[in-house]
Design a protein around this ligand. Structure first.
Ligand code: DOR
Ligand code: ZN
Length: 433
């Protein structure tokens, strides 16, 4: 069965341009892009994309699917449904599961489970160290052979510089990027929110910006020393943005991502003590948010990734200090990117899409993120005019832990296509053609 997407505006993040064309899909691949592609007469499903943007399938390189081990929070099945509903056709999942994805067996399980139950493509990230404990290196060659696309101890920073140094040498040798969660545990210990005026007024222990920035500095030094590709996860401070900017100017192999919550919210969001605002790294100052947006604008920040971190209602519905860190992000990401970055002119649509397609694909070495003839037919259709109020009760994710409930977002994914199959269609989208 073929599929034709008609009348949409194509976003090509590789050539950095937009143009009107139809897209013909068959056998899981993009068969043609252009006008007068036919499709009539044959058995062909038509999707009316007039007034919509047709982008390569979005890639979220930082999600927690919680499977194996924490299936009450999320599973590969529910997490990939959330991804599809959020417009993502591929996700990279972090290894802080139970057991930790620090060995071949767990990576193999994730790939097999994703094949069986996953609605979108799943690319596992292996651990840097056994149990993400920061001591013994994992067998990165094994992890890569089993399907891992990167290594990370996300949720924790590799505290011991000697361990990270050797990890970078090993990762470089096997050709995997290191995704670092930059946090100096000595500086952040016991902290709940960003350290500043708000933490003082609320009487909540703070996490200073320096807890992140200091480790970004160390990691850049080690990336330079080893030649290992370093990707800095969830950048939240102005200092980190500046260090990454300098590293790139020196030509170092450093890339970085920012989450929608860190470019959309400041520390002010925590004043109602809503545990859904508790996240690590914490929501930062207005100056940090400005710096992060500037980093997105000037290209210092390559990627927008959600750090989708589902938790159960029971875990989150407790006093601030007791709640786990993390918020869900897959189903609000595109709306926040459009509402907070594209509509205000921080990023044009092509740049915004590049940060969710070709840029993460290149970092992880995936042959995805482009709309070219012969490429996998992973496609996301976005309606830039569509508005909706965020209602966590409608999430496909098991997680309801979002601080964006009730927000009106404009610019939403309306159709998600993975390998030529429609896996999500927002209500009210009717086939034309
Ligand atoms: O808020 C967070 N939650 N930050 C992390 O780094 C880990 C994540 C989780 O696994 O819940
Ligand atoms: Zn994470």
């Amino acid at each position: 069965m073929k599929l034709i997407i008609k009348g949409g505006r194509i976003i090509d993040p590789v050539a950095r341009k937009m143009f009107f064309a139809d897209v013909l899909v068959g056998e899981g691949k993009i068969l043609a892009i252009g006008t007068d592609l036919g499709g009539e007469g044959e058995q062909c499903v038509a999707v009316d994309a007039r007034g919509k943007l047709v982008a390569p399938g979005l890639i979220d390189m930082h999600v927690h699917l919680r499977d194996p081990g924490f299936e009450a929070k999320e599973t590969i099945e529910t997490g990939t449904r959330a991804a599809a509903r959020g417009g993502f056709t591929s996700v990279a999942c972090m290894p802080n599961t139970d057991p930790v994805a620090d060995n071949k067996a767990v990576i193999t399980y994730i790939c097999a489970r994703a094949k069986e139950k996953g609605l979108v493509n799943v690319f596992p990230v292996g651990a840097i160290t056994a149990g993400c404990a920061g001591e013994q290196l994992s067998e990165m060659a094994d992890l890569k052979a089993a399907g891992a696309v990167a290594v990370s101890d996300d949720g924790r920073c590799v505290a011991n510089s000697g361990v990270l140094y050797r990890a970078m040498q090993y990762a470089r040798m096997v050709g995997l990027p290191i995704i670092e969660h930059c946090e100096d545990a000595g500086l952040s210990a016991g902290g709940l929110v960003h350290e500043g005026y708000i933490s003082t007024v609320l009487g909540l222990k703070g996490i200073p910006a320096a807890a992140e920035t200091i480790m970004v500095a160390r990691d850049i030094i080690l990336a330079e020393a080893t030649g290992c590709r370093l990707h800095v996860a969830h950048v939240s401070t102005a200092g980190s943005v500046e260090l990454i900017r300098q590293a790139k100017a020196k030509g170092l192999p450093v890339t970085a991502e920012v989450t929608p919550h860190h470019f959309s919210l400041t520390e002010e969001a925590v004043v109602n003590f809503d545990p859904n605002t508790k996240v690590n790294p914490p929501l930062r100052s207005a100056a940090d948010v400005r710096a992060v947006r500037e980093g997105l604008r000037d290209g210092t920040i390559d990627v927008i990734a959600t750090d989708h971190a589902p938790h159960t209602v029971q875990e989150k519905d407790v006093e601030y200090g007791l709640a786990p860190f993390g918020m869900v992000g897959l189903e609000t990401a595109v709306g926040l990117v459009w509402t907070k970055l594209v509509l205000p002119g921080v990023l044009d649509p092509v740049e915004a899409i590049a940060k969710m397609t070709v840029n993460p694909a290149r970092i992880l070495g995936l042959s995805k993120g482009t709309l070219a003839v012969g490429a996998d037919a992973d496609i996301t259709i976005i309606d830039p005019e569509r508005e909706e109020v965020v209602d966590p009760a409608r999430f496909a994710s098991k997680g309801r832990n979002t601080p964006f409930a009730g927000w009106r977002l404009k610019g939403l994914p309306v159709v998600t296509i993975v390998g030529g199959k429609i896996v999500f269609r927002r209500e009210g989208i009717i086939d034309g053609g």
